[in-house]
Design a protein around this ligand. Structure first.
Ligand code: NDP
Length: 450
Protein backbone atom coordinates (compact mmCIF):
# COMPACT_ATOMS: atom_id res chain seq x y z
CA UNK A 1 0.00 0.00 0.00
CA UNK A 2 1.09 3.53 -0.73
CA UNK A 3 2.99 4.93 2.23
CA UNK A 4 2.98 8.49 1.02
CA UNK A 5 -0.49 8.71 2.55
CA UNK A 6 -1.37 8.57 6.25
CA UNK A 7 -4.06 5.98 5.51
CA UNK A 8 -4.96 3.69 2.65
CA UNK A 9 -8.65 4.42 3.28
CA UNK A 10 -10.39 7.28 5.02
CA UNK A 11 -14.11 6.67 5.49
CA UNK A 12 -16.45 9.55 6.30
CA UNK A 13 -19.45 8.22 8.20
CA UNK A 14 -19.58 5.16 10.48
CA UNK A 15 -23.03 3.87 9.57
CA UNK A 16 -23.90 0.51 8.08
CA UNK A 17 -22.00 1.02 4.82
CA UNK A 18 -19.03 2.87 6.30
CA UNK A 19 -18.42 0.41 9.13
CA UNK A 20 -18.62 -2.62 6.83
CA UNK A 21 -16.30 -1.06 4.26
CA UNK A 22 -13.79 0.07 6.89
CA UNK A 23 -13.51 -3.21 8.74
CA UNK A 24 -13.35 -5.32 5.58
CA UNK A 25 -10.72 -3.02 4.05
CA UNK A 26 -8.72 -3.31 7.29
CA UNK A 27 -9.11 -7.10 7.21
CA UNK A 28 -7.61 -6.99 3.70
CA UNK A 29 -4.58 -5.25 5.20
CA UNK A 30 -5.42 -1.61 4.55
CA UNK A 31 -4.61 1.13 7.06
CA UNK A 32 -8.03 2.59 7.72
CA UNK A 33 -9.49 5.55 9.58
CA UNK A 34 -13.13 6.52 9.88
CA UNK A 35 -14.68 9.79 11.02
CA UNK A 36 -18.12 9.93 12.64
CA UNK A 37 -19.55 13.19 13.94
CA UNK A 38 -22.53 11.64 15.77
CA UNK A 39 -22.63 8.03 16.96
CA UNK A 40 -20.97 4.92 15.52
CA UNK A 41 -23.66 2.70 13.97
CA UNK A 42 -25.43 5.31 11.87
CA UNK A 43 -29.13 5.70 11.21
CA UNK A 44 -29.99 1.99 11.22
CA UNK A 45 -28.52 1.23 14.61
CA UNK A 46 -28.96 4.55 16.39
CA UNK A 47 -32.29 5.94 15.13
CA UNK A 48 -33.67 3.71 12.45
CA UNK A 49 -34.27 0.02 11.75
CA UNK A 50 -33.02 -1.36 15.05
CA UNK A 51 -34.74 0.83 17.70
CA UNK A 52 -37.80 1.03 15.42
CA UNK A 53 -38.10 -2.76 15.37
CA UNK A 54 -37.82 -2.84 19.15
CA UNK A 55 -40.70 -0.38 19.37
CA UNK A 56 -42.69 -2.52 16.92
CA UNK A 57 -42.21 -5.49 19.25
CA UNK A 58 -43.23 -3.38 22.22
CA UNK A 59 -46.29 -2.04 20.42
CA UNK A 60 -47.53 -5.45 19.35
CA UNK A 61 -48.05 -6.48 22.96
CA UNK A 62 -51.08 -4.18 22.97
CA UNK A 63 -52.83 -6.65 20.66
CA UNK A 64 -51.19 -9.77 22.05
CA UNK A 65 -52.41 -8.99 25.56
CA UNK A 66 -55.97 -8.57 24.31
CA UNK A 67 -55.75 -11.73 22.20
CA UNK A 68 -54.26 -13.66 25.12
CA UNK A 69 -57.65 -13.66 26.84
CA UNK A 70 -59.08 -15.67 23.95
CA UNK A 71 -56.36 -18.22 24.61
CA UNK A 72 -57.38 -18.52 28.23
CA UNK A 73 -54.99 -16.08 29.87
CA UNK A 74 -56.39 -13.60 32.32
CA UNK A 75 -54.09 -10.64 32.78
CA UNK A 76 -55.16 -8.21 35.44
CA UNK A 77 -53.88 -4.71 35.95
CA UNK A 78 -51.94 -4.52 32.69
CA UNK A 79 -50.50 -1.13 31.91
CA UNK A 80 -47.94 0.34 29.58
CA UNK A 81 -44.90 2.36 30.66
CA UNK A 82 -43.49 4.23 27.66
CA UNK A 83 -40.51 5.63 29.54
CA UNK A 84 -39.46 2.11 30.51
CA UNK A 85 -39.61 0.83 26.92
CA UNK A 86 -37.99 3.97 25.52
CA UNK A 87 -35.10 3.76 27.98
CA UNK A 88 -34.60 0.01 27.47
CA UNK A 89 -34.43 0.59 23.73
CA UNK A 90 -31.96 3.42 24.14
CA UNK A 91 -29.80 1.32 26.46
CA UNK A 92 -29.66 -1.40 23.85
CA UNK A 93 -28.81 1.11 21.17
CA UNK A 94 -25.89 2.25 23.31
CA UNK A 95 -24.81 -1.37 23.76
CA UNK A 96 -24.88 -1.91 19.99
CA UNK A 97 -23.02 1.34 19.38
CA UNK A 98 -20.30 -0.03 21.66
CA UNK A 99 -20.17 -3.29 19.71
CA UNK A 100 -19.80 -1.44 16.41
CA UNK A 101 -17.00 0.64 17.92
CA UNK A 102 -15.34 -2.55 19.18
CA UNK A 103 -15.56 -4.17 15.74
CA UNK A 104 -13.69 -1.22 14.31
CA UNK A 105 -11.02 -1.17 17.01
CA UNK A 106 -10.62 -4.97 16.80
CA UNK A 107 -9.73 -4.45 13.16
CA UNK A 108 -7.28 -1.64 14.03
CA UNK A 109 -9.46 0.97 12.37
CA UNK A 110 -8.76 4.43 13.81
CA UNK A 111 -12.00 6.18 14.77
CA UNK A 112 -12.21 9.96 14.88
CA UNK A 113 -15.32 11.08 16.77
CA UNK A 114 -15.62 14.26 14.79
CA UNK A 115 -16.67 15.74 11.50
CA UNK A 116 -14.41 15.35 8.47
CA UNK A 117 -14.24 17.50 5.37
CA UNK A 118 -12.40 16.88 2.12
CA UNK A 119 -10.03 19.84 1.84
CA UNK A 120 -7.76 18.89 -1.01
CA UNK A 121 -6.32 16.22 -3.24
CA UNK A 122 -6.42 12.99 -1.14
CA UNK A 123 -6.76 15.24 1.91
CA UNK A 124 -9.27 15.34 4.76
CA UNK A 125 -9.43 17.87 7.58
CA UNK A 126 -11.05 16.92 10.88
CA UNK A 127 -13.09 19.31 13.03
CA UNK A 128 -10.16 19.45 15.48
CA UNK A 129 -8.01 20.89 12.70
CA UNK A 130 -5.97 17.72 12.17
CA UNK A 131 -5.18 17.14 8.50
CA UNK A 132 -4.77 13.59 7.17
CA UNK A 133 -4.16 12.13 3.76
CA UNK A 134 -5.55 8.93 2.28
CA UNK A 135 -5.07 6.95 -0.88
CA UNK A 136 -8.82 6.38 -1.09
CA UNK A 137 -11.72 8.29 0.46
CA UNK A 138 -15.10 6.64 1.00
CA UNK A 139 -18.15 8.82 1.59
CA UNK A 140 -20.78 6.96 3.62
CA UNK A 141 -22.60 9.84 5.29
CA UNK A 142 -26.13 8.52 4.77
CA UNK A 143 -29.26 10.62 4.58
CA UNK A 144 -31.46 12.64 6.90
CA UNK A 145 -35.19 13.31 7.10
CA UNK A 146 -36.51 15.76 4.56
CA UNK A 147 -38.80 18.40 6.06
CA UNK A 148 -40.94 20.26 3.51
CA UNK A 149 -40.94 24.06 3.59
CA UNK A 150 -44.02 25.55 5.29
CA UNK A 151 -44.90 28.07 7.99
CA UNK A 152 -44.17 26.55 11.38
CA UNK A 153 -41.91 23.75 10.14
CA UNK A 154 -39.70 24.32 13.20
CA UNK A 155 -42.45 22.79 15.36
CA UNK A 156 -42.45 19.34 13.77
CA UNK A 157 -40.44 16.32 14.77
CA UNK A 158 -39.01 13.59 12.55
CA UNK A 159 -38.42 9.92 13.27
CA UNK A 160 -35.13 11.00 14.92
CA UNK A 161 -37.00 12.60 17.80
CA UNK A 162 -39.87 10.09 17.95
CA UNK A 163 -37.61 7.66 19.82
CA UNK A 164 -37.10 10.16 22.64
CA UNK A 165 -40.58 11.56 23.34
CA UNK A 166 -41.28 12.34 27.00
CA UNK A 167 -44.79 10.94 26.80
CA UNK A 168 -47.03 9.18 24.32
CA UNK A 169 -48.97 11.92 22.53
CA UNK A 170 -52.76 11.82 22.80
CA UNK A 171 -53.17 13.09 19.22
CA UNK A 172 -50.42 12.58 16.69
CA UNK A 173 -50.25 13.76 13.10
CA UNK A 174 -47.81 11.98 10.80
CA UNK A 175 -47.27 13.58 7.42
CA UNK A 176 -46.10 11.25 4.63
CA UNK A 177 -47.42 7.93 3.39
CA UNK A 178 -44.27 5.87 3.11
CA UNK A 179 -42.32 3.42 5.24
CA UNK A 180 -41.73 5.64 8.24
CA UNK A 181 -45.24 7.11 8.35
CA UNK A 182 -46.91 3.70 8.32
CA UNK A 183 -44.45 2.09 10.72
CA UNK A 184 -44.66 4.85 13.31
CA UNK A 185 -48.43 5.19 12.88
CA UNK A 186 -48.72 1.50 13.75
CA UNK A 187 -46.41 1.89 16.76
CA UNK A 188 -48.07 4.94 18.31
CA UNK A 189 -51.57 3.71 17.53
CA UNK A 190 -50.83 0.54 19.52
CA UNK A 191 -49.49 2.69 22.38
CA UNK A 192 -52.82 4.49 22.51
CA UNK A 193 -52.29 7.66 20.47
CA UNK A 194 -55.01 8.81 18.12
CA UNK A 195 -52.92 8.81 14.95
CA UNK A 196 -53.69 10.67 11.73
CA UNK A 197 -51.63 10.03 8.60
CA UNK A 198 -51.74 12.79 5.99
CA UNK A 199 -50.16 12.34 2.58
CA UNK A 200 -49.81 14.69 -0.36
CA UNK A 201 -51.01 12.05 -2.82
CA UNK A 202 -54.00 9.70 -2.75
CA UNK A 203 -51.95 6.64 -1.88
CA UNK A 204 -49.72 5.06 0.76
CA UNK A 205 -46.54 3.11 0.14
CA UNK A 206 -46.17 3.94 -3.51
CA UNK A 207 -44.16 1.18 -5.17
CA UNK A 208 -45.73 -1.67 -3.20
CA UNK A 209 -48.36 -3.91 -4.78
CA UNK A 210 -51.74 -2.21 -4.89
CA UNK A 211 -53.80 -4.94 -3.25
CA UNK A 212 -51.33 -5.27 -0.40
CA UNK A 213 -51.36 -1.49 0.15
CA UNK A 214 -55.15 -1.49 0.12
CA UNK A 215 -55.20 -4.25 2.70
CA UNK A 216 -52.91 -2.28 5.01
CA UNK A 217 -55.09 0.78 4.58
CA UNK A 218 -58.24 -1.18 5.46
CA UNK A 219 -56.65 -2.84 8.49
CA UNK A 220 -55.12 0.44 9.69
CA UNK A 221 -58.54 2.14 9.44
CA UNK A 222 -60.09 -0.71 11.45
CA UNK A 223 -57.42 -0.28 14.10
CA UNK A 224 -58.36 3.40 14.38
CA UNK A 225 -55.70 5.17 12.31
CA UNK A 226 -57.16 8.07 10.35
CA UNK A 227 -56.00 8.93 6.83
CA UNK A 228 -56.14 12.26 4.98
CA UNK A 229 -55.13 12.21 1.34
CA UNK A 230 -54.19 15.03 -1.02
CA UNK A 231 -53.21 16.92 2.10
CA UNK A 232 -50.09 19.05 2.43
CA UNK A 233 -49.02 21.44 5.16
CA UNK A 234 -50.30 24.99 4.98
CA UNK A 235 -49.08 25.89 8.46
CA UNK A 236 -48.38 24.66 11.97
CA UNK A 237 -48.84 27.03 14.90
CA UNK A 238 -47.81 26.37 18.46
CA UNK A 239 -50.41 27.19 21.10
CA UNK A 240 -49.81 28.43 24.65
CA UNK A 241 -50.36 24.96 26.11
CA UNK A 242 -47.69 23.45 23.86
CA UNK A 243 -50.11 21.76 21.45
CA UNK A 244 -50.25 22.60 17.75
CA UNK A 245 -52.88 23.98 15.42
CA UNK A 246 -52.34 22.45 12.00
CA UNK A 247 -53.83 23.41 8.68
CA UNK A 248 -53.52 20.93 5.83
CA UNK A 249 -54.81 21.57 2.32
CA UNK A 250 -58.43 20.53 1.97
CA UNK A 251 -58.81 19.99 5.72
CA UNK A 252 -60.24 21.96 8.62
CA UNK A 253 -57.71 23.37 11.08
CA UNK A 254 -57.00 20.65 13.66
CA UNK A 255 -55.16 20.31 16.97
CA UNK A 256 -52.41 17.80 17.65
CA UNK A 257 -49.98 17.15 20.47
CA UNK A 258 -47.14 15.97 18.22
CA UNK A 259 -46.65 16.59 14.50
CA UNK A 260 -44.18 14.26 12.82
CA UNK A 261 -42.89 14.49 9.27
CA UNK A 262 -41.88 11.41 7.27
CA UNK A 263 -41.60 12.68 3.73
CA UNK A 264 -38.50 10.92 2.51
CA UNK A 265 -34.81 11.29 3.28
CA UNK A 266 -32.18 13.44 1.58
CA UNK A 267 -28.48 12.61 1.12
CA UNK A 268 -26.04 14.18 3.59
CA UNK A 269 -23.60 16.02 1.34
CA UNK A 270 -23.43 19.46 2.94
CA UNK A 271 -20.05 20.58 4.26
CA UNK A 272 -18.20 17.56 2.95
CA UNK A 273 -16.03 19.65 0.67
CA UNK A 274 -17.23 17.84 -2.44
CA UNK A 275 -16.89 21.02 -4.49
CA UNK A 276 -13.23 21.35 -3.46
CA UNK A 277 -12.32 18.29 -5.47
CA UNK A 278 -15.26 18.36 -7.92
CA UNK A 279 -17.31 15.33 -6.85
CA UNK A 280 -20.44 15.22 -9.00
CA UNK A 281 -23.88 15.21 -7.40
CA UNK A 282 -27.28 14.55 -8.96
CA UNK A 283 -30.57 16.43 -8.85
CA UNK A 284 -31.68 15.00 -5.52
CA UNK A 285 -28.34 15.87 -3.97
CA UNK A 286 -27.10 12.30 -4.27
CA UNK A 287 -23.46 11.53 -5.00
CA UNK A 288 -23.30 10.09 -8.49
CA UNK A 289 -21.45 6.77 -8.63
CA UNK A 290 -20.87 4.00 -11.14
CA UNK A 291 -21.73 0.35 -10.51
CA UNK A 292 -18.51 0.01 -8.49
CA UNK A 293 -19.54 2.91 -6.21
CA UNK A 294 -16.82 5.09 -7.74
CA UNK A 295 -17.47 8.83 -8.09
CA UNK A 296 -16.17 10.92 -10.98
CA UNK A 297 -13.03 11.53 -8.86
CA UNK A 298 -11.04 8.33 -9.22
CA UNK A 299 -9.90 7.96 -5.58
CA UNK A 300 -13.27 8.88 -4.03
CA UNK A 301 -16.04 6.32 -3.62
CA UNK A 302 -19.49 6.55 -2.03
CA UNK A 303 -21.86 3.91 -0.66
CA UNK A 304 -25.24 3.77 1.01
CA UNK A 305 -28.03 6.34 1.29
CA UNK A 306 -25.79 9.23 0.25
CA UNK A 307 -25.85 7.72 -3.25
CA UNK A 308 -29.67 7.32 -3.13
CA UNK A 309 -29.70 4.07 -5.08
CA UNK A 310 -31.72 1.81 -2.77
CA UNK A 311 -32.13 3.40 0.68
CA UNK A 312 -31.88 0.17 2.65
CA UNK A 313 -29.30 -0.90 5.23
CA UNK A 314 -28.51 -4.34 3.77
CA UNK A 315 -27.86 -2.69 0.41
CA UNK A 316 -25.46 -0.17 1.98
CA UNK A 317 -23.67 -3.04 3.71
CA UNK A 318 -23.29 -4.91 0.42
CA UNK A 319 -22.02 -1.78 -1.30
CA UNK A 320 -19.48 -1.27 1.49
CA UNK A 321 -18.36 -4.89 1.28
CA UNK A 322 -18.08 -4.83 -2.52
CA UNK A 323 -16.08 -1.60 -2.42
CA UNK A 324 -13.65 -2.93 0.19
CA UNK A 325 -13.19 -6.31 -1.53
CA UNK A 326 -12.83 -4.74 -4.95
CA UNK A 327 -10.33 -2.03 -3.96
CA UNK A 328 -8.35 -3.81 -1.23
CA UNK A 329 -9.08 -7.50 -1.64
CA UNK A 330 -7.55 -10.17 -3.76
CA UNK A 331 -10.59 -10.46 -6.06
CA UNK A 332 -11.73 -9.12 -9.40
CA UNK A 333 -13.68 -5.89 -8.75
CA UNK A 334 -17.37 -6.71 -8.52
CA UNK A 335 -20.57 -4.68 -8.39
CA UNK A 336 -23.63 -5.08 -6.18
CA UNK A 337 -26.69 -6.43 -7.92
CA UNK A 338 -29.47 -3.96 -7.09
CA UNK A 339 -32.19 -6.02 -8.75
CA UNK A 340 -34.81 -8.08 -6.95
CA UNK A 341 -34.05 -6.60 -3.52
CA UNK A 342 -36.58 -7.82 -0.94
CA UNK A 343 -38.02 -5.26 1.44
CA UNK A 344 -40.48 -4.96 4.30
CA UNK A 345 -42.62 -2.40 6.04
CA UNK A 346 -42.89 -3.08 9.76
CA UNK A 347 -46.45 -1.87 9.98
CA UNK A 348 -49.19 -3.62 11.97
CA UNK A 349 -49.41 -6.14 10.34
CA UNK A 350 -46.18 -5.99 8.35
CA UNK A 351 -45.78 -6.01 4.59
CA UNK A 352 -43.01 -7.76 2.68
CA UNK A 353 -42.21 -7.86 -1.00
CA UNK A 354 -39.72 -9.04 -3.56
CA UNK A 355 -39.63 -8.48 -7.30
CA UNK A 356 -42.26 -6.94 -9.53
CA UNK A 357 -45.71 -5.83 -8.47
CA UNK A 358 -48.63 -7.14 -10.52
CA UNK A 359 -48.86 -3.77 -12.29
CA UNK A 360 -45.15 -3.69 -13.13
CA UNK A 361 -45.20 -7.28 -14.38
CA UNK A 362 -48.22 -6.66 -16.62
CA UNK A 363 -46.55 -3.58 -18.11
CA UNK A 364 -43.19 -5.25 -18.61
CA UNK A 365 -44.06 -8.84 -19.46
CA UNK A 366 -47.56 -8.60 -20.89
CA UNK A 367 -48.78 -12.04 -20.02
CA UNK A 368 -48.63 -12.87 -16.32
CA UNK A 369 -50.42 -15.27 -13.99
CA UNK A 370 -51.38 -14.01 -10.56
CA UNK A 371 -51.99 -16.33 -7.62
CA UNK A 372 -53.55 -15.05 -4.48
CA UNK A 373 -54.28 -16.38 -0.98
CA UNK A 374 -56.59 -14.25 1.14
CA UNK A 375 -56.93 -15.92 4.53
CA UNK A 376 -57.39 -15.36 8.24
CA UNK A 377 -54.38 -16.75 10.13
CA UNK A 378 -55.33 -19.41 12.68
CA UNK A 379 -54.10 -17.25 15.55
CA UNK A 380 -56.43 -14.44 14.48
CA UNK A 381 -59.36 -16.85 14.20
CA UNK A 382 -58.92 -18.08 17.78
CA UNK A 383 -58.34 -14.51 18.95
CA UNK A 384 -61.54 -13.38 17.27
CA UNK A 385 -59.49 -10.85 15.35
CA UNK A 386 -61.01 -10.18 11.97
CA UNK A 387 -57.72 -9.43 10.26
CA UNK A 388 -56.96 -11.20 7.02
CA UNK A 389 -53.58 -11.80 5.42
CA UNK A 390 -52.97 -11.50 1.73
CA UNK A 391 -50.23 -13.29 -0.22
CA UNK A 392 -49.71 -12.75 -3.93
CA UNK A 393 -47.45 -14.50 -6.37
CA UNK A 394 -46.77 -13.01 -9.80
CA UNK A 395 -45.63 -15.47 -12.47
CA UNK A 396 -44.31 -14.82 -15.96
CA UNK A 397 -46.76 -16.80 -18.10
CA UNK A 398 -44.14 -17.30 -20.81
CA UNK A 399 -41.81 -19.44 -18.68
CA UNK A 400 -43.53 -20.07 -15.30
CA UNK A 401 -40.85 -18.03 -13.52
CA UNK A 402 -41.91 -16.27 -10.32
CA UNK A 403 -41.20 -12.57 -10.80
CA UNK A 404 -42.74 -11.22 -7.61
CA UNK A 405 -44.15 -12.16 -4.22
CA UNK A 406 -46.10 -9.71 -2.07
CA UNK A 407 -47.43 -10.36 1.39
CA UNK A 408 -49.18 -8.66 4.26
CA UNK A 409 -49.73 -10.57 7.46
CA UNK A 410 -48.05 -11.64 10.69
CA UNK A 411 -44.34 -12.39 10.26
CA UNK A 412 -44.45 -11.56 6.54
CA UNK A 413 -40.85 -10.18 6.56
CA UNK A 414 -39.55 -13.36 8.25
CA UNK A 415 -41.27 -15.54 5.66
CA UNK A 416 -40.23 -13.33 2.78
CA UNK A 417 -36.53 -13.55 3.52
CA UNK A 418 -36.60 -17.26 2.61
CA UNK A 419 -39.03 -16.87 -0.30
CA UNK A 420 -36.87 -14.09 -1.75
CA UNK A 421 -34.02 -16.58 -2.25
CA UNK A 422 -36.25 -18.60 -4.54
CA UNK A 423 -37.38 -15.56 -6.53
CA UNK A 424 -33.82 -14.26 -6.84
CA UNK A 425 -32.71 -17.71 -7.98
CA UNK A 426 -35.32 -17.62 -10.75
CA UNK A 427 -37.40 -20.55 -9.50
CA UNK A 428 -40.74 -21.36 -11.11
CA UNK A 429 -44.25 -21.80 -9.81
CA UNK A 430 -43.74 -25.53 -10.48
CA UNK A 431 -40.76 -25.53 -8.09
CA UNK A 432 -42.96 -24.09 -5.35
CA UNK A 433 -45.71 -26.62 -6.19
CA UNK A 434 -43.19 -29.44 -5.86
CA UNK A 435 -42.33 -28.35 -2.31
CA UNK A 436 -44.36 -30.01 0.45
CA UNK A 437 -46.12 -27.65 2.84
CA UNK A 438 -45.29 -27.32 6.52
CA UNK A 439 -48.66 -27.55 8.20
CA UNK A 440 -50.16 -25.65 9.86
CA UNK A 441 -48.28 -22.46 9.03
CA UNK A 442 -49.10 -19.24 7.25
CA UNK A 443 -46.11 -19.66 4.94
CA UNK A 444 -47.51 -22.89 3.52
CA UNK A 445 -49.84 -20.73 1.44
CA UNK A 446 -46.81 -20.01 -0.75
CA UNK A 447 -46.66 -23.63 -1.93
CA UNK A 448 -50.43 -24.17 -2.09
CA UNK A 449 -51.42 -21.47 -4.57
CA UNK A 450 -54.01 -22.79 -7.03
P1 NDP B 1 -40.78 7.18 1.66
O1 NDP B 1 -40.02 7.48 0.44
O2 NDP B 1 -41.10 5.79 2.02
O3 NDP B 1 -42.16 7.97 1.60
C1 NDP B 1 -42.20 9.35 1.47
C2 NDP B 1 -43.62 9.81 1.59
O4 NDP B 1 -43.63 11.23 1.72
C3 NDP B 1 -44.46 9.47 0.38
O5 NDP B 1 -45.73 9.13 0.82
C4 NDP B 1 -44.45 10.74 -0.44
O6 NDP B 1 -45.64 11.01 -1.12
C5 NDP B 1 -44.30 11.80 0.64
N1 NDP B 1 -43.50 12.95 0.20
C6 NDP B 1 -42.33 12.90 -0.45
N2 NDP B 1 -41.86 14.15 -0.65
C7 NDP B 1 -42.78 14.99 -0.12
C8 NDP B 1 -42.88 16.39 -0.04
N3 NDP B 1 -41.95 17.18 -0.56
N4 NDP B 1 -43.96 16.92 0.60
C9 NDP B 1 -44.93 16.13 1.10
N5 NDP B 1 -44.87 14.78 1.02
C10 NDP B 1 -43.81 14.23 0.42
O7 NDP B 1 -39.99 7.96 2.82
P2 NDP B 1 -39.85 7.72 4.38
O8 NDP B 1 -39.47 9.05 4.92
O9 NDP B 1 -41.02 7.02 4.94
O10 NDP B 1 -38.60 6.76 4.47
C11 NDP B 1 -37.36 7.14 3.86
C12 NDP B 1 -36.63 5.94 3.34
O11 NDP B 1 -36.07 5.22 4.43
C13 NDP B 1 -37.52 4.94 2.61
O12 NDP B 1 -37.65 5.24 1.26
C14 NDP B 1 -36.80 3.64 2.85
O13 NDP B 1 -35.91 3.44 1.81
C15 NDP B 1 -36.09 3.85 4.16
N6 NDP B 1 -36.80 3.14 5.23
C16 NDP B 1 -36.91 1.78 5.15
C17 NDP B 1 -37.58 1.08 6.13
C18 NDP B 1 -37.69 -0.39 6.02
O14 NDP B 1 -36.96 -0.98 5.25
N7 NDP B 1 -38.63 -1.02 6.72
C19 NDP B 1 -38.17 1.75 7.29
C20 NDP B 1 -38.02 3.18 7.26
C21 NDP B 1 -37.36 3.84 6.26
P3 NDP B 1 -46.14 10.22 -2.43
O15 NDP B 1 -47.15 9.24 -1.93
O16 NDP B 1 -46.73 11.28 -3.29
O17 NDP B 1 -44.95 9.59 -3.04
Amino acid sequence: MADQYDYDLFTIGAGSGGVRASRVAAAHGARVAVAEEYRVGGTCVIRGCVPKKMLVYGAHFAEDLVDAEHFGWKIEGKSFDWARLRDHVQNDVTRLEGLYGQTLSNHDVTVFDERATITGYHEVTLASGKVVTAKYILIATGARPHVPDFRGSEHVITSNEAFHLDTIPRRMLIVGGGYIANEFAGIFNEFGSKVTIANRSDTILRGYDESVRDRLLQISLTKGIEFCFMAEFEYVEEQDDGTFRVKLTGQEEREFDVVMVATGRVPNIEGLGLETVGVECGKRGEIVVDTFSRTNVDYIYAVGDVTDRVQLTPVAIREGQAFADSVFGDVEPYAVDHSCVPSAVFSHPPIAAVGMTEGEARNLLGSVRVYQADFRPMKNVVAGRNERSLYKMIVDAANDRIVGIHMIGPEAPEIMQAAAVAVKAGLTKADFDATVAIHPTMAEELVLFK
